[in-house]
Design a protein around this ligand. Sequence first.
Ligand SMILES: Cc1cc2nc3c(=O)[nH]c(=O)nc-3n(C[C@H](O)[C@H](O)[C@H](O)COP(=O)(O)OP(=O)(O)OC[C@H]3O[C@@H](n4cnc5c(N)ncnc54)[C@H](O)[C@@H]3O)c2cc1C
Length: 499
Amino acid sequence: MDIAIVGAGISGSNVLKSLITHPNFQADDLIDVYEPRQSLGSGLPYEPTDDESIMLNTSSDVLSVDENNELDFTEWLEHHFKEPTNFEQLVSRPHYGKYLVERFSPFYTHEQVRHVQNTVVDVEVLDAATKEPADDTQDGNFVYRIKTEDGWQDSVYDAVFFSVGHPEYNDFYDLKGTENYIHNPYPMKEKLANFDNNQKISVVGSGATGVDLMRFFMSNYELEQPLTFYDLKEPFYCVAIPYEKDDFTYHLTKNWVEEQKEVHGGFIPLQVILDTIKDDLKQENAEPMAVYNRYKSGTLDVFRKAFDMKDQELAAVQKYAANSVPNLPHLYNALSGEDQQEYMKNYYQIMLFFKTKVPYYSYQWLFELIDAGKVETVAGLKEVNVLENGRFQFVTEDSEAEADIVVNATGFINNIEILTKHSELIKNLFHRRLILPHVNGKFILVDWPQCRVLNQQYGRMDNLFFLGLLIGGTQHENNDAGQTIQQAQYTAKAFMDER
Ligand SMILES: Cc1cc2nc3c(=O)[nH]c(=O)nc-3n(C[C@H](O)[C@H](O)[C@H](O)COP(=O)(O)OP(=O)(O)OC[C@H]3O[C@@H](n4cnc5c(N)ncnc54)[C@H](O)[C@@H]3O)c2cc1C
């Protein structure tokens, strides 16, 4: 069997390892890994050579890639570094990258594996028997040919795993290509290396990339003017408060989901999940809606209050949300269609509020920087314009300001139609009707939990898989390394089991 894996980040690498270590992997199987970068195993977020100031937002205990030892990464860190965490009590992302490269290296150097250092731009569906382009029969046996930037490849693949990771960054203000505008700041060490301390630097967006930028600029520059973060609403997510109690009531495990599906004959009513959350949190003296109403304004002032008092009610709800992250796709896919809609309409933002947060000691640093006048935040961004002198103008409802350098931190495009204008691969797959947008034009439609591509042209494609951020409509809220690892392992194993 010839298999192609497109992308060698943690998703593609876990697919690779799971294929090779499966008992059904055979001596004449061949795997081609298409990846334009030289570094195999880490992907861009954990690039081993990037600046050490950028930090993981996840505990090392949930990032092992060894199925038999969940503390493998923690032990690796302790073995390699005297002090594995920094003053924010976080682990450097490049350290995780080094771990990933080391752990996956035996698989990339395996004699049945070939690295094709190129970007995939198209895939053609062939009839397995004739190797001719397939018609649109929905029950056909398909194989695939891949086109890279160098042209069509000779190999014909029995299965293709797309693990291409993050789509392009948004370009809300149409600045891509403008001088002194950094559209994608990674790797930071390379893209943000050559500024002067007297230049005015502003950042658009204040999510996880924004926090990385704060760390990078404060660790590598002595800026003479404050680093300004602009956002549509109040900048920066909620502060993560450490929960101080040891035991914790939590029922929404994967087993609970399976049990409840049986009890309710298929779908779990959303109300049952909501009641369970409420009852669990009652045991922790927390009322989620009261906490949400207390902090939903999202201002730095209310977060400072939560920070100062180490609000344990907020901490309990955040811990509950964090525990739920690995199970969110299972919970979401256990809902009926109308309950999925109800969840998205009325509860999704609340879950997002509690699960997306900035670590406690990072906030302490942020507050210190704001108090010292080194960082400032501005809400209500309306426009970013390029002036005739090449500087940038930021317009909000009641202010105007300028900057020499603008760094983009606005997150990724997930609308497929928009993405076709930025990604050759997505453009071609969409043109061939191989991929369909999932919800509201966003994400790629796959089945669950195997992540096989679904479309009208060919039906369910049993040997064509899509993984990662672009299947966020099915693998709900999947922008998390732990989930990425688990899903890649599951998908590859399920494929090999059926071989
Ligand atoms: C900046 C950043 C920081 C993050 N930090 C954390 C964190 O601290 N903790 C956490 O849990 N999660 C974090 N995440 C979430 C992240 O999505 C996952 O942890 C993980 O990196 C996803 O792995 P992946 O393999 O799907 O994608 P990636 O790691 O992005 O790998 C995709 C690979 O595919 C390659 N590729 C793309 N297109 C093509 C193509 N057409 N042809 C061939 N190859 C291609 C790319 O070069 C890349 O190497 C972060 C994400 C980002 C963007």
